[in-house]
Design a binder for this molecule. Sequence first.
Ligand code: FE2
Ligand code: FE2
Length: 475
Amino acid sequence: MSTIDYSEKIPNNVNLAEDRTLKRALEQWQPNYLQWWQDMGPDGSQNFDVYLRTAVSVDPQGWAQFGHVKMPDYRWGIFLNPAEEGRKIHFGDHKGDDAWQDVPGEYRANLRRIIVTQGDTEPASVEQQRHLGLTCPSQYDLRNLFQVNVEEGRHLWAMVYLLHKYFGKDGREEGEALLERNSGNANNPRILEAFNEETPDWLSFFMFTYFTDRDGKFQLCALAESSFDPLARTTKFMLTEEAHHMFVGESGVSRVINRTCQVMNELKTDDPAKLRAAGVIDLPTIQRYLNFHFSVTIDLFGADESSNAATFYSTGLKGRYEEGKRMDDHQLRGQFYKVLNVQNGQLVEKEVPMLNALNEVLRDDYIKDSIGGVERWNKVIEKAGIPVRLSVPHKAFHRNIGLLKGVKVAPDGRVVSEGEWAANRDQWLPSEGDRAFVASLMGRVVDPGKFANWIAPPVMGINRQPVDFEYVRFN
Ligand SMILES: [Fe+2]
Ligand SMILES: [Fe+2]
């Protein structure tokens, strides 16, 4: 079960060969997917040989397969974690029943919507990142970008498999629509706002993979609890791939900070203008990028109070983060949770039924998790003997969904007037000048072992290869 059949046109561990109709449907979707990759995937890279990892099985050891491949030849396929014998539903109204191997008719529309929304983010991020290869700071980083991109492509496959297998004609139509919407397209945009933002430079890319791929982790963790067993199994395997994406982000930002601190110490200055003249990104700019990506990402968890969230949980479609480790009744009726509300222009806490606050619960779990990396970044600054610390902004800062949408809040959580917001906006979020400066640093560095001036080399290479390994052959 855990071994993947690579003799098939579509590699899989789901016995695709035995389901002729499904196989045919997916084989019809495959060329459209490849066309999308050609049109919207990494710009100008189709002919490169890239040192990629490919899953050969869904066991932990199954990841040890590395080799140079052309990205369009990457073996995208369908890999599910092995079924758990006798798996039971462990939260919501159906708690204690057998997990579903098929979609219950009454939940079909909601499950479809959940799968489509998740699926839509996967190709969206590939589209957002498609030009970054042209300005990579090193071969090592270029390879990591491409690894993330091919895996996001595979995550799309994972969701399209579910749509095709369990949702019939509607599912096939959704599969096509996933290739038709495009990030930032005015007429046919991606579903969620953060996935229509540009990822114009590598600092944005690292922030995106740290913060926004981590949103992916939390959504996938919640879906890995689902009573719909095929969804749980496919998202569990996706999570093993997601860990690498967050590593790319965390280590990327860390290396940017490391390099900046080096130059701060060499020049004995914290003056952003002097540091910029020396070609590194000053810490206040890094903080503003952090503020932007954090705030845009926490919007992805949805409205603070949501009856959909309650329905998804009670009906067993989507659990909480680490549902199985929690010591409560896993039904949550009669329980309460605090969300932020705005009263007379002030932020106040308000108790609401926990079931309606599950978006906020997941957001709060996410915030705790994302702070960890920021603290590790601070260690780098501390080690360099520099008295600056980065921090995540208040969760009400720069929000564009739910109750907080209508109010302007400073990074420290103070409600401010429109005037104060306007006067400080460029201190709190990347200004046009910041973005132009960061863009001006982006040049292409591709000699093995060479790195752009604004970023430190990594401590280790990929798969124990040296840092100056030829990770990408340009042909
Ligand atoms: Fe993904
Ligand atoms: Fe990801």
